[in-house]
Design a protein around this ligand. Structure first.
Ligand SMILES: NC(=O)c1ccc[n+]([C@@H]2O[C@H](COP(=O)([O-])OP(=O)(O)OC[C@H]3O[C@@H](n4cnc5c(N)ncnc54)[C@H](O)[C@@H]3O)[C@@H](O)[C@H]2O)c1
Length: 249
């Protein structure tokens, strides 16, 4: 399949979970893929396992200089960038009254500021490439209020606002900006609240219309769609992949 043939894609937080699934799906569709993450060990392993034209680069999304270096290396290696997935994130649940200043700054730095820095860093190379697609990753915690999700949720609400502003600013440069909005998805992040062995237990999901969490590969198909020319008339909006969690009831 070649829905992304000729495109170069950068997936942050691509060492595991949804980011790794997106890197795999992009490679399957013919893209050259850069997996960028702070976890070099897992990132290198993911790139090697996927094979093909997939490369790992160290990137801390919360640091402007780290972005500068990554984009310069992509320009040097590939001479273009067509797709950015701002997927890297941190997650925990904690009541507002127990959240520390340091933890708050840390989660905003990665989840929200990290996405802003990414958009700002890649836009010039994308413009020079003739345009592109930026895919930010929010969450159902960014379209509703879940107790314990103040710090994480505010970053995910913020991502949806950033998406709309960036879409408005970058449309004239032929860059589309959209948001993936996953609900609960199996993997290490869901493991913060639900042990791996229980994540697919249908008894846990009786309140969800589809009666199960999403799989990283299902979110990745949404990313392929937003990255590809099939979504050429879509910008500044959300693609919700949540098993019916927010649209029903
Ligand atoms: N898993 C879920 O249930 C779920 C639900 C809704 C939204 N999401 C969102 O989907 C995205 C992917 O989630 P996941 O479940 O694959 O998460 P994950 O925890 O499995 O992976 C996150 C990745 O981000 C990387 N990362 C963390 N800090 C970084 C930094 N400073 N710079 C670069 N990389 C960094 C980690 O090393 C890791 O590889 C996230 O944006 C998350 O908020 C996840």
């Amino acid at each position: 399949m070649s829905r992304l043939a000729g495109k170069t894609a950068l997936v942050t937080g691509g060492a595991q979970g949804q980011g790794a699934a997106e890197a795999r799906a992009f490679a399957r569709e013919g893209a050259r893929v850069v997996i960028a993450d702070v976890n070099s060990e897992l990132g290198l392993a993911a790139a090697a396992e996927i094979g093909g034209d997939v490369q790992f680069m160290y990137l801390d999304v919360s640091l402007a200089d780290s972005w500068k270096q990554t984009v310069a290396t992509i320009d040097e290696n590939y001479g273009r960038l067509d797709v950015l997935v701002n997927n890297a994130a941190r997650y925990w649940t904690r009541p507002i009254l127990e959240e520390s200043d340091e933890a708050l700054d840390a989660i905003i730095g990665v989840n929200l500021k990290g996405a802003f820095l990414g958009i700002r860093a890649v836009a010039p190379l994308m413009i020079a490439s003739g345009g592109g697609s930026i895919i930010n990753v929010s969450s159902t915690a960014g379209i509703s209020g879940h107790a314990g999700h103040a710090a994480y949720g505010m970053t995910k609400w913020g991502i949806r606002g950033l998406t709309r502003v960036a879409a408005a600013e970058l449309s004239p440069s032929r860059i589309r900006v959209n948001c993936l909005v996953p609900g609960a998805v199996t993997g290490p992040m869901l493991g913060v609240n639900i042990p791996d062995s229980d994540q697919r237990d249908p008894n846990r999901w009786t309140g969800l219309p589809l009666r199960r969490p999403g799989e990283p590969e299902e979110i990745a198909e949404g990313a392929v769609f937003l990255a590809s020319n099939e979504s050429s008339y879509i910008t500044g909006t959300d693609l919700v992949l949540d098993g019916g969690a927010t649209g029903t009831g």
